[in-house]
Design a protein around this ligand. Structure first.
Ligand code: RET
Length: 260
């Protein structure tokens, strides 16, 4: 199918199209809000958290524009074994591609907040990028149904690494940094919402095809609102009033002292 044809079928599915445009509008609004919220920050590490957080809605605008325009959407024929085998299924592969750019920003901000060292940050971010790229591979494999799920399994394994850093490593760092309360809140929000993505992948057209394409797209769009905009708002709101805590962090990236 040519790109204008893909675009036309997106235009004809109002629910699907709205799931893109609602996010573009929201991302634009929160970008302005976030610029305003961080305007008085001075500490370089607090500013880095701010810039990373700001990148999240900015990447989102590009991501959803790719989907809405049909550039990063394809109709792929599902392999034998899939519930829709032989059908051309609308695949929003641009989502998985752009998560590669947005999710590391979320982890950079969270890791900086926790006062992480470079090793843990590198581990979390590289595993996260690998999770997104292998998730993209799972969605785009049309040769074998089993291999789609094998990619999915690989992606889940990388996700476990991210969860390990979030749940086992950074809480201890955050305690030492005096940011444990806000870190705990944002970590819980992140872990709960991020778990929703592989669940909807498995239930949606890419996996078992229990949910249709527009419902799956809305599910991702709603998860995105929590995992990106609400997350970023809570983080920036805290940073704007507690910049001191970040500026006085005893250890972590940029302080010259490694956390224990
Ligand atoms: C996939 C499918 C393969 C298995 C796993 C996945 C996890 C995706 C996650 C995405 C998070 C995205 C966010 C985007 C915000 O911009 C790729 C769905 C584990 C956790 C937070």
């Amino acid at each position: 199918m040519t790109q204008p044809e893909v675009y036309e079928s997106i235009q004809n599915d109002q629910a699907l199209n709205a799931s893109f445009w609602v996010n573009i509008a929201l991302a634009g609004l929160v970008t302005l809000l976030f610029v305003y919220m961080g305007r008085n920050l001075e500490d370089p590490r607090a500013k880095l958290i701010w810039v990373a957080t700001l990148m999240v809605p900015l990447v989102s605008i590009s991501s959803y524009t790719g989907l809405a325009s049909g550039l990063t959407v394809s109709f792929l024929e599902m392999p034998a074994g899939h519930a829709l085998a032989g059908d051309e299924v609308l695949t929003m592969w641009g989502r998985y591609l752009t998560w590669t750019f947005s999710t590391p920003m979320i982890l950079l901000a969270l890791g900086m907040l926790a006062g992480t060292n470079l090793t843990k940050l590198f581990t979390a971010i590289t595993a996260d990028i690998a999770m997104c790229v292998t998730g993209l591979a799972a969605a785009m494999t049309t040769s074998s149904y089993a291999l789609r799920w094998f990619w999915y399994f690989i992606s889940c394994t990388f996700f476990l690494v991210v969860l390990y850093v979030l749940l086992a490593e950074w809480p201890r760092d955050a305690e030492a940094a005096g940011t444990d309360e806000i870190f705990g809140l944002l970590r819980n929000l992140t872990v709960v919402l991020w778990l929703g993505y592989p669940i909807f992948w498995a239930l949606g057209a890419e996996g078992l095809a229990v949910l249709d394409v527009a419902i799956t797209s809305w599910a991702y769009s709603i998860l995105d609102i929590g995992a990106k905009y609400i997350f970023a708002y809570l983080l920036l709101n805290w940073i704007a009033t507690n910049e001191r805590v970040i500026a006085q962090q005893p250890a972590g990236i940029g302080t010259g002292v490694e956390p224990e």
